[in-house]
Design a protein around this ligand. Sequence first.
Ligand code: ADP
Ligand code: AMP
Length: 226
Amino acid sequence: MNEMNVILLGAPGAGKGTQAAVLCKEFSVPHISTGDMFRQAVQAQTPLGLSAKSFMERGELVPDEVTVGIVAERLAADDTARGFLLDGFPRTLPQAGALDDVLGQLRKGLTAVLNIEVPEEELIRRLTGRQVCKVCGATYHRLFHPSSQGEACGLCGGALYQRVDDSEATVRSRLLVYSRQTTPLIEHYRQRGLLKNIDGLLPIDVVTERLRELLRVRHDRTEIRP
Ligand code: ADP
Ligand code: AMP
């Protein structure tokens, strides 16, 4: 079977992490989320975490050279042999270029770029109501996707918390950063024939089904760039 080398594109709050959790399990590929990698590094107070922390708290992007470095290392791991799902990377055109270089060195190509589309006002509602499990990282929403155990995780019982960058002020900065620095990627991947748009306003399980169908069709056709 061919590799499933996929980018999940979409604004903060579009539902990338929620969908990746289901699809990665189903297709047995690793979920590579740069946001999660940075948060773990911040938590562990590693040099990477210390350099990323202030950018994240302000809702700004961590510099490209730092971000590209951690992704290059992660993609070289053995568990990407059958594919991977990138969530939150690339976020700038230089990151997209660096990803091509890294994949070229690994003799891999992208299979698809799945873009989850959600309007800004809905993104604000989603991010400001988001809750994350401290233990297993599962994502909930106070209104749209509440945990079956209230303030505890429905999967593992861990405490739920709100991300520091999910305050309304920081959310607005993040959405501005997204619109300025990340939206050019949509046209970039459209021109390469890799882009598929998905209506992210649909219920979570319907979005999963749409993504699943696109992945089944497209992961037979991997783009090999010269
Ligand atoms: P991202 O990883 O793209 O930043 P998340 O997957 O964390 O986004 O989702 C953001 C918030 O929106 C979470 O609280 C999640 O429960 C909620 N959410 C995700 N998808 C949907 C959906 N289709 N409808 C309603 N709420 C959703
Ligand atoms: P996320 O979990 O994807 O919402 O990312 C949280 C934060 O991590 C972002 O606001 C950035 O500060 C940082 N981050 C995550 N991915 C990237 C990336 N590809 N490039 C730069 N910064 C990133």
